[in-house]
Design a protein around this ligand. Structure first.
Ligand code: GDP
Length: 438
């Protein structure tokens, strides 16, 4: 049975959480394969007392379903203190959080306060005028933890099987990081012994959740179960395929799912690319279709709705603009996306005109594909196609026929210009607010 992979086709925040939640109904396990608590996924579940909102950063969104096993895969970097806090929050909302339900890969890497301090010091140093500018990181220690991983001095989760050994390794790691903090960044050192003691206690709490998750997932797939791979961030933030250097330190693309879960591609099923019907980006970096002024404010919302464009993890206002089909075609190519899920169609209601960026121009040349990938987008100006908007609120639509004719045309135009079918259209954050596109 297949491994269905859900990836963000943009710069993250596409609404992958609610789509993962929807598809989890038929999955035995849902596995995160990259990133850490820099992700923020929101799932809204209809409940008798009103909608219940789950905000998940590390745990897979599928865990909201009682039958699902949530896996934190090899490719993740995990801050144990945040993981334990998130487990407590999920438990408080009535979910069962046990080692049978949550499996943490022994090969995932741990984030420490030293990684967080290094991340924040590095980001502050980059803001100096001579230093090339900020990346816009979340300051959660993600980058430095991956740096330690690639430098082969990282702290793997398996160390938690031996709390005393983990304590020794953490002591050594914080002392080394202190040298960098003090000498390079002129920042105060951390109390290495205190951090080591803290990690020894996390090890005791988390050791029961450790597992050989590749073996577990392989077993499930071999036995015929469906597994969902849940991407965090998005294709344009991928370390290899994104808008480098304004990227994250891992691979949130479909290829990253295999590496990050320790599985081979023979299990690949649907490769689902989730994209908003417009474009947003949080943090720094190029954004050709970025809108400004009232147009951007209209797409962003005021912050009054939970889905308005302010970061789940950081609260930062997101930059907003029109859907960029050059970048979407690129995301389809590098992930092998087999179907698109469109989110936030409801947000476009009431606009007189909607626009799609169908190509770029630079000088007297036109481009439908990026000649050198997305790292340097500065030379390109978007070419737009405008279509009539629609006044009707589409949040109550449940079938294609319920959508205004102009909205259907907009969806079909996206399909025509990408060559990939749209399978689902999301018209609101709640489970029921979804329209099959056929
Ligand atoms: P993720 O990181 O890709 O899971 O995305 P986020 O959860 O950060 O952001 C998506 C936000 O939009 C959340 O608040 C969702 O509840 C909300 N959302 C998802 N799909 C829709 C939709 O179709 N319409 C509206 N209005 N909100 C949506």
């Amino acid at each position: 049975m297949p491994l269905h992979i859900i990836v963000g086709a943009q710069w993250g925040d596409e609404g992958k959480g609610r789509i993962t939640d929807l598809l989890s109904a038929d999955a035995v396990a849902v596995a995160r394969f990259s990133g850490g608590d820099n992700a923020g996924h929101t799932v809204t579940v209809d409940a008798p007392g009103g909608p219940q909102i789950f905000k998940l950063h590390l745990l897979p969104s599928g865990l909201v379903h009682p039958h699902v096993v949530g896996v934190l895969g090899h490719g993740m970097v995990v801050n144990p203190s945040r993981l334990l806090a998130e487990m407590d929050r999920l438990r408080a909302s009535g979910a069962s959080v046990t080692p049978e339900r949550v499996k943490l890969s022994a090969a995932a890497h741990l984030i420490t306060p030293a990684h967080v301090a290094l991340d924040q010091a590095d980001e502050a140093a980059r803001s100096a005028p001579s230093a090339g500018g900020k990346i816009g990181t979340t300051g959660r220690g993600i980058g430095p933890a991956y740096t330690d991983k690639t430098a082969r001095r990282g702290l793997r989760a398996e160390l938690m099987l031996d709390p005393a050994r983990l304590g020794d390794r953490v002591l050594e790691h914080v002392r080394a990081a202190n040298l960098t903090l003090e000498r390079i960044y002129a920042r105060p050192p951390l109390d290495a012994a205190a951090v080591a003691a803290e990690y020894t206690s996390y090890a005791r709490a988390l050791a029961p959740y450790l597992a050989e998750t590749s073996l577990y997932l392989h077993g499930q797939l071999r036995a015929g179960a469906a597994v969902l791979a849940e991407g965090a961030q998005g294709t344009l933030l991928d370390l290899n395929t994104g808008t480098y250097p304004f990227v994250t330190s891992s691979s949130p693309t479909s290829g990253g799912a295999f590496v990050g879960l320790g599985l081979g591609p023979q299990f690949a099923g649907r490769i689902i690319g989730v994209t908003k019907v417009f474009q947003t980006r949080v943090g720094e970096g190029p954004f050709p279709t970025e809108a400004f002024g009232p147009e951007a404010e209209r797409l962003r919302g005021t912050g009054a709705n939970p889905w308005d464009e302010f970061g789940t993890t950081t609260g930062r206002p997101r930059r907003c603009g029109w859907l960029d089909l050059v970048l979407l075609r690129y995301a389809i190519r590098v992930n092998g996306i087999t179907e698109l899920v469109l989110t936030k169609l409801d947000v476009l209601a009431g606009l007189e005109q909607v626009r799609l960026c169908t190509g770029y121009e630079a000088g007297d040349q036109r481009y439908e594909e990026l000649p050198w990938g997305p790292a340097d987008l500065a030379p390109f100006r978007p070419i737009y196609e405008s279509m009539p908007g629609w006044a009707e609120d589409s949040s109550g639509a449940r079938t294609l026929a319920d959508l205004p004719a102009q909205a259907r045309c907009y969806v079909r135009r996206i399909e025509a210009l990408t060559g990939v079918p749209v399978s689902l259209i999301s018209v609101g954050p709640e489970r029921s607010q979804i329209v099959p596109a056929r």
